[in-house]
Design a protein around this ligand. Sequence first.
Ligand SMILES: *[C@@H]1O[C@H](CO)[C@@H](O)[C@H](O)[C@H]1NC(C)=O
Ligand SMILES: *[C@@H]1O[C@H](CO)[C@@H](O)[C@H](O)[C@H]1NC(C)=O
Length: 193
Amino acid sequence: MATELLCLSLLILNLLLHMSTTAESAAATTDFIKSSCKATRYPVACVESLSGYASKIRQSEEELASTALSVSVSKTRSCVSSLEKMEKTKGLKVRENNAVQDCIENMNDSVDNLNRSLKELGLLGKRKGKDSRWHISNIQTWVSAAMTYQDTCLDSIDDANSKSSIKPKVVDASQVTSNALALVNRFASKYRT
Ligand SMILES: *[C@@H]1O[C@H](CO)[C@@H](O)[C@H](O)[C@H]1NC(C)=O
Ligand SMILES: *[C@@H]1O[C@H](CO)[C@@H](O)[C@H](O)[C@H]1NC(C)=O
């Protein structure tokens, strides 16, 4: 009986210890995300878009950069889907329709470049310094291109001068992409010799 009680109390103690370490590391990850996001242009959007992935990110700059890129891919893809729905809307003015077409093409090209960057980031992490400059420069080139495509889409929306409900989504995607580039640069800086 005494042994059983002892076992039970040890078990409970263990559980409590485990819970407090988990809470501590979650708080540390939140701090890590917040302080890393200070290096980005849109820190509020940065924290908001990444804090849901804390258990994956922990305190790894590589995970942070790749999660930021994944979030950017998914937001940009979601813009393409919304734009494709808009395309089917009846009663669009000609210039609105042109803007939608233009945006679909540009946002799709943006996804393509982000996809490539994400793959390249995986290679950079695996090869531990080998060819790292090459991988880093590819990632920077492609994420920058992805941003340019998103800006071009925003310009088309503005030119069409419609009360477009899509604009906030594209703005959100472009902010998250700009942030992803900053976080990639932060991670890449440790490969610089
Ligand atoms: C989107 O990009 C992919 C890959 O580059 C291409 O295969 C596809 O045709 C593009 N779709 C549109 C709508 O531009
Ligand atoms: C980007 O990657 C996703 C998932 O990996 C894929 O489904 C999509 O077709 C790709 N898009 C483009 C434009 O390359």
